[in-house]
Design a binder for this molecule. Structure first.
Ligand SMILES: [Zn+2]
Ligand SMILES: [Zn+2]
Length: 68
């Protein structure tokens, strides 16, 4: 986790659905999930927060439904 490695804090975590990378959300100062999506070409993420099961596409900027 990039924030953990740099000692920074984050607000929420997001899980990349393409490779499993965990990054921080847009409310976090480093926005690692969005940066990873752009850098790796992996636009689909899901919330990594307990009790949250929504997914998001950074390209279309819409919530998406993913099975599993
Ligand atoms: Zn981060
Ligand atoms: Zn990825």
């Amino acid at each position: 986790m990039a924030c953990l490695a740099s000692g920074d804090t984050w607000v929420h975590l997001r899980l990349c659905r393409s490779c499993g990378h965990v990054g921080c959300c847009d409310d976090s100062k480093n926005r690692h999930a969005r940066k990873h999506a752009a850098a790796a070409g992996h636009p689909l993420i899901s919330s990594f927060e307990p009790g949250e099961d929504w997914s998001w596409c950074f390209v279309d900027e819409i919530e998406v439904q993913l099975n599993g």
